[in-house]
Design a binder for this molecule. Structure first.
Ligand SMILES: [Zn+2]
Length: 145
């Protein structure tokens, strides 16, 4: 059994830990925004967009159903366990304006970093050897007894 990721050093916004990729170098943190420099750092240094630690294979991308269909993701690569953890937290947006109806978890052996087509545009990620796609169901919060 692997230990859950240690997110204790990440900033909290709205009671939820802000992913590594959503915090800029000045410490500004926002769930609904992917910091471009961090996204590129995740891709080039192979670190997780959620916990900020070194990636293991296969890498995982969290996305909306549309992103999964298009095969192109806004949020940088992550550990699969980190994606599952974040998807279960209703306050996590993973760089999106709003929470999708469902998160889709795509695991892949590799990916390409897609540079913006226009100046100042966001980078994106294309998994290039997809292993699996899984729609993540929201975890019902257990009623307190
Ligand atoms: Zn991680």
């Amino acid at each position: 059994m692997s230990n859950p990721p240690d997110l204790s050093d990440r900033p909290l916004v709205g009671g939820s830990v802000v992913p590594f990729a959503c915090v800029d170098d000045d410490g500004h943190a926002a769930h609904e925004r992917v910091v471009k420099a961090r996204a590129i750092q995740c891709a080039l240094s192979r670190i997780c967009g959620i916990c900020g630690r070194v990636l293991t294979r296969p890498v995982a991308f969290p996305g909306t159903p549309d992103e999964a269909i298009d095969g192109e993701f806004l949020f940088p690569p992550c550990h699969e366990s980190c994606v599952r953890e974040a998807a279960a937290d209703a306050r996590q947006l993973l760089g999106h304006d709003r929470r999708p109806r469902r998160w889709v978890l795509v695991t892949t052996g590799g990916f390409d970093l897609v540079r913006p087509t226009r100046r100042g545009g966001p980078v994106s990620f294309r998994p290039n050897s997809v292993l699996d796609r899984e729609t993540l169901l929201e975890r019902e919060s257990a009623p307190h007894s």
